[in-house]
Every structure is written in C-alpha cells, then in structure tokens.
Design a binder for this molecule. Structure first.
Ligand SMILES: Nc1nc2c(c(=O)[nH]1)N[C@H]1C(S)=C(S)[C@@H](COP(=O)(O)OP(=O)(O)OC[C@H]3O[C@@H](n4cnc5c(=O)[nH]c(N)nc54)[C@H](O)[C@@H]3O)O[C@H]1N2
Ligand SMILES: Nc1nc2c(c(=O)[nH]1)N[C@H]1C(S)=C(S)[C@@H](COP(=O)(O)OP(=O)(O)OC[C@H]3O[C@@H](n4cnc5c(=O)[nH]c(N)nc54)[C@H](O)[C@@H]3O)O[C@H]1N2
Ligand code: SF4
Ligand SMILES: [Mo]
Length: 756
C-alpha cells in the first residue's frame, strides 16, 4: 500500500494515547504502527494497539437508535423520535422532581473526551448537579489531597520518572498499565543504568518489579505503614530538605511531630518488609540528586486509599523533590478534566440521599445505587450514561442491576451493546473514535504539555452520530437553545477569513449581552456557529477554539515558548496538524505559579490526614479470617485487557479466561491443580475462575484481571456469551475509603472452593 494511505490518529486504550498511523482497507484496520511524529509518544506502542480493529469492527457495535419495548426487547427508532422522546422524558422528570433527580454518568473513557465536553450544556439545561464517573472510583482521594496541599483540586502532579535518578513506584505496574509515556523504554533505561535506582512496592513480582533494583514485596493493603515508616526514617534521621521546607511549605513542624514518633521497625514489620531494606530505600530517596515517586491503583484501590496518596506525595515534598527536573511537578490542564469542589463546610455540594460530598466536580460510583434504590423523596430517578459501563465496572454489579431496574429513565450513549445499554430505555449509538473528530484531555505533562486533536480516518457506520451532535440536538429539543444561529454563523465565517479582527469574540459577547439565557450553553452555541465554519467537518473541534484562547491567555509566556503567538494561532495549528502538538513549555521555576495558594506555599499538614496517620498506631493487626483466608486483587492490568473497550475475546493473544493467579504453595495446600476451574467466593458473591500457578504472587494473595466479564455475540453460535470473570459480582459498595468512597478492589477477602 502507498505511503500516503497511512492516516494519523491515536490509540484509545489507555490514558497515554500514543500517536498511531493506520492503514484502512474496506473499513478494516489492516496495518497499525507508532507515529514517530507524535512529540510525546515518538513512535512508541505497546502490544495492545495492534489489535485496534477489534474495537472498530465487531458484532456488538451499535448502528441504530433503539427504544425498549414493554416486553424488554429493543426496537429501532429514528433519531428525531429518539431525541424528542428522551428530551420530553428528561424534562418531565426535571419539572416534576427537580434537577437533582437526574444523574449524569461518564462523559469519556481512555480515548474520548471531546463529546463529554459538550455534555455540560445538557446538565445545565436539566439542572443536574451530579456527575458520576470512573475517575471518582480511583483518583478523587488523590485530588482531594491535592486541593488541601496546593489550594485547588485542579492542581495535579506529573512524575518525571524519565529523568529521575531515584524512582519509587508504589502500587503501579507501568510495564503493563503505563501511566506515563513510553513506559517500557523508560523502565528499561533506568534498569540498565547503574547510576540510577528503581524501587517498586508491590505484593506481586510484576515485570516492573523485575526491572527494579529493589522490590519491596509489601503485604497487600499495608502501604500506609510502609510509606509512613519511610517518612519516619527521613525525619528521624534529619534527611528532610530543610531549605525547601522553609521556602516552599507551611505546616512541616506539625507533620514532623507525628513522623518523629513513627515506630519504624514495627511499621516495617506490619508491612512485611525487612526494616534495613526500608531504611536503605528511605535514605536513598532522600539523598538522591533528583527523585520521583508515582502511585496508582495498588494503593488507591486498597486500605487507607486517600491516606496512601497523601503519604506518597509527602515523599517528594519533604525531600525537596518537587518543582524540579527528575522530581514531581504540577502541570497545566489544556481543557480542564479535573475541577475543584469546595468541602461541604465551605458550602460545597453534597448528594441528597447519602450526603456524599463532591470532589473535583465528581461523585463516586460507589454511592449511586444507594442514591437510587431508596424511597427517599429526593432520590435519583433518571440516569444519563455516556462512555461508561457501570453495570460491569462499578463496585457491586448486583446492587447496580437492582438500582437501575428501579429508574424511571435510563439513557445510554455508547458505541457497543453493553451490560449498561441492555438495561437502558433508550440507546443512542455514537460513531466510533475513528469515525469522528476526537481528543482526550489527558494533557498531564510537565514541563512541556501536549494536545492531540484527531480526525476521522474511516466513514461512520450505520445510523450513528458523534456525541456533540447528540448533545446539541437534545439541547434544541429541550428548548434551551435555538436550532440555528445565523448571525453568529456569519461572523464565524468572517472570523475564519480575518482572524486578527477578533470578530467572533465580539459577536459572541454581543449575543450573550442580548440573550443572557444562552450563557450556560456557550460551548454548544460555539458548536452551532463556529463549528459550521471549520474546515473538514471539524464542527466538534469548535470548543478547542475557546480553550486555546483561554490557555494562551493564561499561560502566554509558555505558549509563546512552544511557538504560538496567541490562542488563534495555537488553535489553527492544532486543527491543521494531524498528530500531537506541544502546546506550552514551562521552566521549573515557573511551576510554582501553578500552586493555587496566593503565597504559593504548600500546606503540608492536612488535619484529616494527620488524624488518620496518628490512628495507624492503634490499628489492630489484621489476621486473615479463617472463612475468607485469601486477599484478592480484583482488577490487575495484564497484556490483554483494556478496560471495557474490547468486547470480543478474539483480540487476546493469551490468558483467554483471565486466570486467577495464585502462589504454587497455596495451590498445593488447597489440593487444586493448575488450570482447574474452581469457585472464588467473597462474603458477597461467587464466580467461577480458572487457576494459574504463579510464583510471582505473594503467598496468601490472589489476583484476577480487570477488563474481562463482558458479554459479546459469538459469531459461530450466534449466542450471547461472557468473556471471563465479572469481578464486581464479588465487590461491595461499602468496602471503600471513608473520605472519597474509592473501592478497596485490591483487598477483597475471598476463599476458593471446588465446584461440585
Ligand atoms: N493493560 C492495561 N493497561 C491499562 C488498563 C487496562 O485495562 N489494561 N487500564 C488503565 C486504567 S483505567 C488505569 S486506572 C491504570 C491502572 O494502572 P495500575 O494501577 O498500574 O494497574 P493495576 O494492575 O490495577 O495495579 C497496579 C499494581 O498494584 C499491585 N497491588 C495490588 N495490591 C496492592 C497493595 O496492597 N499494595 C501495593 N503497593 N500494590 C498492590 C498489583 O499487584 C499491580 O501490579 O491502568 C491503565 N492501563
Ligand atoms: N473490580 C474492579 N473494577 C474496576 C476496576 C478494577 O481494577 N477492578 N478498574 C476501574 C477503573 S480504574 C476504571 S477507569 C473503570 C473503567 O470502566 P468504565 O468507566 O466503564 O470505562 P471504559 O471501560 O473505559 O469504557 C466504557 C465504555 O465506553 C464505550 N466507548 C468506547 N468508545 C466510545 C465512544 O467513542 N463513545 C461512547 N459514547 N462510548 C464509547 C465502550 O464501549 C465501553 O462500553 O473500571 C473500574 N472498575
Ligand atoms: S495501550 Fe499501549 S499503545 Fe495504547 S496508548 Fe496505552 S501505551 Fe500506548
Ligand atoms: Mo482507571
């Protein structure tokens, strides 16, 4: 095939969104390679991207709007009917019970955030205060801590593992899960370099741990003790960076009082780590010329979730490895993915039924069934889902099934038939991420940040629509905005011809002055006006015009450094470029401007966290229960899982059943065989799994993979089948962090039984 038939886009399977080039033949992705021109991924790919045709082409793709019939089956309807009926029903629920009786869930996955950017208009028209999404079942504890440390929950940290002399990775497996660009290359480089040190904290000897200089094989769920002990060593031995603490932080002495008292040996033992090795790591980290730390689900989805993320951040903060190359740094957000919510004591929002607080503008999936399945007069009665499959991915599948069956209305936008669309009253089919303009807002890098606007590379299938169009049509049907904006459209066209005159901003300001009711819907108004003036049907990109201007104003110097004189130039470059773009470059000194407190000082002492840290010493040692003697990590990232994105198991090259990994000694003691099918039972549910003997496991610990258990159509038998274990049949909503409600998925007590 000719060179020019390669089209640029990105992999949509994890937050890194590596640039890829694809050759498409008759709708099939026949060749896929890394895009060397992408400035962040530089041609890098992992094995999963080669299988992307299984996302684009499979027999569970949705091709037509569907409405549920009274008998539970679905019938095809046209878009006008779908939009009209959904709008009418939503409006009825809003007008009868209030906006808080409607919840929005999702808004984007690993590859698609452009559509969700237009969903804000719909939420405003419905008056719903609730956004539930998957970030709020992993990262909101972390965001809450950031809010306290740096002044706003939008202050988010990036880890410069690539440049670090000493890197510590706690509860993350970047070899499989990534989490930072070109992870495998970076890990291999550090591993090979005798002058650099890599430490991995993980109960399992993962590939990442194998590459490490030091592997701390922590007892599941005991990271708070381990990190607290490391911080204890640093402070007790006077290894903290006193100049940094004096210049950049407040509250250290209060924190230090607690850390001085940490019984290091006792905590090391609680964590199952030899104390001398722990001391060595603490000293190595504190004395390195630059050190970086990174955590992920291994600690977020486990006991003391929020506290763990606080303690992990303190490693860099008290050793002065913050705001420098090879350390941790705050970064900018090109399009805000994370928001800021006030605490309830300052007037922040809470839910009506359970009283849960909002964090970073989100509410946690763990509480949603309780908000629905109750006779509370202010319960949630309608849910609007986009790009998420909570019926599989949220804790406690059965509670979700029960709660969702009680809803007055469930509307789902997806590209595929899912467990969640099965329960919907209306299914609105979106075109795939390779059939529309798309982007993610995972711009999480420092000092240079990137953005990639992707174009469609293949025609859309069936009667599907891009999400921005669905949101626009719903807004018009709700009567929130007119269907056409002739005045603005004319100015938008003029603006595209004479951008220097700034005509569009002026026309927008005039429109809003004359019709203030349109203000909440500005993004959709832009879509309906500027969107039509953009080349190559890039209507959905209109929001990027607004964000480019905003970003270039806020970070003028840094955007200039990346080569753009203003927002218009930045926008046009993004629009015309088919790969990633470097949008801004900061100096390390300028990072301090990203701290949101006016004095730019980090507040180290967070009262709630200090209490939880102090209480660790009182915490009873957990002895495994006789009834449920194993600790299951319910959701490991492996070579062939990718959230809920690939349905058909044919994409997998190994591990077709998503085996349960168990240490050979445990297997022997139980009298089971490698490959045997048995029942894995928690106090809440039971699933059938296939055993795999694996000496990389810690004894007493088990692991099952995330990203299995979805239903699909078997093309031979034409039956609906399930592709491996459905983990959330084992999990419950109340087994979670008290502060952020993040589930303890890595700490599920279970037993293994023979199947009779
Ligand atoms: N291949 C693949 N990659 C993915 C995804 C995918 O589905 N597949 N999903 C993406 C998403 S949405 C996310 S959020 C990230 C998550 O990325 P990660 O958090 O890195 O992935 P996990 O494998 O869930 O968990 C990381 C490690 O935590 C360890 N662990 C278990 N219990 C404990 C514990 O008590 N303490 C410690 N310290 N470690 C523990 C596990 O052994 C595992 O190696 O991955 C992303 N990347
Ligand atoms: N037990 C357990 N549960 C877990 C985890 C775990 O480790 N253990 N991990 C958790 C984590 S970290 C995460 S992030 C979640 C992920 O779980 P979810 O939030 O459910 O998100 P995804 O799996 O990314 O994808 C959801 C849906 O997006 C759809 N989709 C794909 N492309 C498009 C598109 O262009 N438009 C639309 N509208 N839809 C599209 C897919 O078909 C899929 O149904 O799972 C969580 N659940
Ligand atoms: S799954 Fe692999 S190829 Fe795809 S974005 Fe993530 S790291 Fe890149
Ligand atoms: Mo995630």
């Amino acid at each position: 095939m000719k060179e020019e038939t390669w089209q640029s886009t990105a992999c949509i399977l994890c937050s890194i969104n590596c640039g890829i080039k694809v050759q498409v033949e008759e709708g099939k992705f026949v060749r896929i390679q890394g895009d060397k021109n992408h400035p962040a991924s530089k041609g890098y790919l992992c094995q999963k991207a080669a299988r992307l045709d299984h996302y684009q082409n499979h027999n569970s793709r949705l091709t037509h709007p569907l409405r549920k019939k009274p008998d539970g089956s679905f019938e095809k309807i046209d878009w006008d009917t779908a939009i009209r009926e959904v709008a009418e029903k939503l409006a009825h629920i809003r007008d009868t019970y209030g906006g808080h009786s409607i919840a929005y869930y999702g808004g984007g996955g690993q590859g698609n955030h452009l559509g969700g950017a237009y969903s804000g208009s719909l939420r405003k028209a419905l008056g719903t205060p609730y956004i539930y999404n998957s970030l709020a079942q992993e990262k909101t504890g972390d965001f809450w801590v950031n809010g306290k440390l740096f002044g706003r929950q939008t202050c988010h940290i990036s880890e410069d593992i690539e440049e670090a002399d000493y890197a510590i990775i706690i509860g993350a497996n970047p070899w499989q899960a990534h989490g930072f660009p070109r992870a495998r290359k970076v890990l291999q480089e550090i591993s090979k370099d005798p002058k650099r040190t890599l430490v991995v904290v993980d109960p399992r000897r993962t590939r990442t741990a194998e590459l490490a200089d030091i592997h701390l094989q922590v007892k599941p769920g005991m990271d708070a003790f381990l990190i607290a002990a490391m911080l204890g060593v640093i402070v007790q031995e006077g290894l903290e960076d006193k100049d940094f603490l004096e210049k950049r932080t407040l509250g250290f002495s209060e924190l230090a009082d607690l850390l001085q008292k940490i019984p290091v040996e006792d905590y090391a033992q609680r964590a199952g780590i030899e104390v001398d090795l722990l001391r060595k790591v603490a000293r190595g980290f504190a004395s390195a010329s630059c050190a970086s730390s990174r955590h992920d689900l291994g600690v977020e989805h486990s006991l003391h979730s929020t506290l763990n993320t606080y303690l992990e951040k303190l490693l860099c903060l008290i050793t002065g490895n913050f705001g420098k190359k090879g350390g941790n740094n705050l970064h900018t957000q090109f399009v805000p993915l994370i928001g800021h919510s006030k605490d309830p004591s300052e007037g922040g929002a809470t839910t009506k039924v359970t009283g849960m607080k909002e964090i970073s503008k989100f509410f946690p999936p763990n509480i949603l069934p309780a908000e629905i399945d109750t006779d509370h007069p202010e319960r949630v009665r309608a849910v609007f889902v986009d790009s998420s499959n909570p019926l599989q991915s949220a804790a406690d599948t059965k509670a979700y099934q029960k709660a969702f069956s009680k809803l007055d209305l469930l509307v789902v936008i997806d590209v595929a038939e899912t467990e969640t669309t099965e329960m919907a009253d209306y299914i609105l089919p979106a075109c795939s991420q390779y059939e529309k303009w798309e982007a993610t807002f995972f711009s999480l890098s420092f000092p240079t940040n990137y953005f990639h606007l992707r174009r469609p590379i293949t025609p859309l299938k069936g009667n599907t629509l891009p999400e921005p169009e669905i949101y626009f049509r719903l807004l018009v049907a709700l009567g929130a905005i007119p269907a056409k904006f002739p005045f603005l459209e004319a100015f938008a066209r003029l603006h595209r011809r004479f951008p220097k005159r700034n005509l569009l901003s002026k026309a927008l300001a005039l429109t809003i002055a004359l019709r203030p009711g349109l203000k909440p819907y500005l993004t959709t108004v832009l879509y309906a006006s500027l969107g039509k003036a953009l080349p190559q049907k890039a209507q959905a990109a209109s929001i990027i015009w607004g964000t480019s201007h905003f970003y270039a104003k806020r970070y003028a110097k840094q955007v200039k450094r990346a080569g753009f004189s203003d927002g218009e130039e930045l926008f046009n470059f993004i629009l015309e470029n088919d790969t990633g773009v470097a949008i801004s470059t900061h100096t390390f000194e300028e990072m301090w401007q990203l701290v949101a407190y006016p004095d730019q000082k980090i507040r180290l002492a967070i009262p709630e966290m200090l209490t939880e840290l102090a209480d660790l010493s009182e915490e009873k040692e957990i002895t495994n229960s006789a009834e449920y003697p194993f600790i299951l990590a319910a959701g490991e990232r492996r070579s062939y899982n990718a959230n809920q994105i690939y349905r058909n198991p044919a994409w997998r090259k190994n591990d077709p059943e998503g085996a349960l990994r168990i240490h050979p000694k445990d297997l022997k003691n139980l009298g089971f065989q490698d490959g045997e099918h048995i029942a894995c039972q928690s106090a809440h549910g039971s699933i059938t799994v296939c055993l795999q003997s694996d000496d990389s496991m810690r004894e007493g610990a088990l692991s099952l993979p995330h990203g299995y258990g979805m239903s699909y159509w078997d093309s031979e038998t034409k039956e609906r089948k399930q592709n491996g274990p459905s983990l959330n049949l084992l999990t419950t909503a109340d087994h979670c962090d008290p502060l952020a409600k993040t589930p303890y998925h890595k700490y599920i007590p279970v037993r293994l039984l023979a199947i009779k």
